[in-house]
Design a protein around this ligand. Structure first.
Ligand code: URA
Length: 437
């Protein structure tokens, strides 16, 4: 029954999707607005989410759903950012769907800013086995995640890069909807994931967006076909909203780099900014920087050189200092450590990202509930990556925590995490799987 002064009712909307129908733009606008206002109850929205998960949505529906979520909150505007010649500064953002050891935002934002592009990275905290960018940066003494909109703009104008917390004003409908999906088994619906991510990114006001869509055991999307569908949907949504959007599909069967945690990932990022660091982290950072710069119309830059010659590190130091952090201060170190040894001689063929992510989380690097605190020093330091020859009894990983009672559960998570093959065998490895534009 339609409530007084409401043009539709929730049961009618649920029934349309249950019966594989298509919602009109007006029905979608009303659904998001009515849910935000509390007119649609959680149990009704849960039923609708499940119908969407089972029966999908077409392109026009997803686009309108995204627009309605954007309209539920504020929209940032970076068009006032000026270059020294008075022109408008290009803004380019990167979003990763989340993985284990994914610290790429840390070196990437200052690296892209070296070339005069403004990089607004409004980020989140980790939940579950994938880490959060803000949790990592908060390992730096004094660093502050919460900035006002004016502080974000000033920092983008002066330094070019800002990584900070996304304010609660961006797409508030998504906040409510995502919390509901989390407890009703409806997170995995591609239309809902795509609209959730893109509503926040479009509301953030960036001119261009590069998406890093992860595929593999440590990612949201375990198989390539679904990851590709998600990437294509998000690229289309970006374009519909006038945001120049491209996506890379990248492998997340193995953790990125040699660290999964908070302070240890900051340390590894600083190594990359100093011109060193693990090959896969450098490769993905440089490739994403090239994509972001191309979006801003810069095709002749050499981001790898800016990592080697210290220009990216200079921007990093200024970016951290501007948010109260001391880039030279020692990072927190876990009080306890325990080593996991290689079980056999041979070539390391697999090092399972999900297992390492769960171990790092159980050691205290991540949180199970939103309100939990994380340990800055906790995590997993890896000593070998797939492709390396290892000997039985050699250290394979070091587990780090302030609370040694957590070691047992972390080791359980790692029980089947490695596959070692005979000498001469080679792991199936492809870091960058495809590009979607
Ligand atoms: N991240 C989001 O912001 N939303 C989703 O639905 C999934 C991942």
């Amino acid at each position: 029954m339609t409530q007084a002064n409401e043009p539709f009712d929730a049961v009618q909307i649920i029934t349309i999707k249950r019966d594989k129908g298509t919602l009109t733009p007006e029905q979608i606008d009303w659904t998001i607005d009515a849910y935000t206002r509390g007119v649609i109850a959680d149990e009704q929205m849960s039923a609708l989410n499940m119908a969407i998960l089972l029966n999908g949505m077409d392109r026009a529906e997803i686009s309108r759903w995204t627009a309605a979520m954007i309209a539920s909150g504020e929209r940032m505007d970076f068009s006032g950012l000026r270059r020294p010649d008075g022109g408008v500064k290009a803004t380019v953002d990167k979003h990763s769907t989340g993985g284990v050891g994914d610290k790429i935002t840390l070196p990437l934002a200052p690296l892209v800013a070296v070339f005069g592009v403004a990089v607004p990275q409004l980020s989140g905290r980790g939940l579950g086995h994938t880490g959060g960018t803000l949790d990592k940066l908060e390992a730096i003494p004094g660093w502050r995640a919460a900035l006002s909109n004016q502080e974000i703009l000033d920092q983008l104008q002066d330094i070019g890069a800002v990584i900070c917390a996304a304010g609660s004003g961006l797409a508030p409908a998504d906040k409510k909807l995502y919390a509901l999906r989390d407890v009703t088994g409806t997170v995995e619906a591609i239309p809902l994931i795509a609209s959730s991510i893109m509503s926040k990114k479009i509301a953030e006001g960036t001119g261009s967006l590069v998406l890093d869509v992860k595929v593999g055991s440590g990612a949201f999307m375990k198989d390539e076909d679904r990851a590709r569908e998600l990437a294509e949907t998000m690229v289309a949504l970006g374009k519909d909203a006038g945001v120049n959007t491209v996506a890379l599909l990248t492998n997340m069967d193995t953790p990125l780099g040699l660290t999964a945690g908070n302070a240890i990932e900051v340390q590894e990022s600083v190594e990359v900014l100093a011109g060193g660091g693990p090959e896969d982290v450098v490769e993905l950072t440089v490739r994403l920087a090239e994509e972001m710069l191309a979006c801003a119309g810069i095709n002749d830059a050499d981001p790898a050189a800016a990592l080697k010659d210290g220009r990216a590190m200079d921007v990093w130091n200024r970016m951290i200092e501007a948010q109260g952090g001391d880039p030279k201060a020692p990072l927190p170190v876990a009080k306890e450590s325990e080593v996991v040894y290689a079980p056999a001689d041979g070539v390391l063929l697999e090092l399972d990202a999900l297992s390492v992510g769960v171990a790092a989380w159980r050691l205290g690097a991540g949180r199970a509930r939103k309100e939990d605190a994380v340990q800055a020093g906790a995590g997993v330091r890896m000593h070998a990556k797939p492709g390396a020859y290892v000997r039985a009894g050699e250290p394979l990983m070091t587990l780090l925590t302030d609370t040694p009672e957590k070691f047992e559960r972390a080791k359980e998570a790692l029980q089947d995490s490695v596959v070692i093959g005979p000498e001469g065998s080679r792991p199936a490895q492809r870091l960058i799987i495809d590009r979607i534009s």
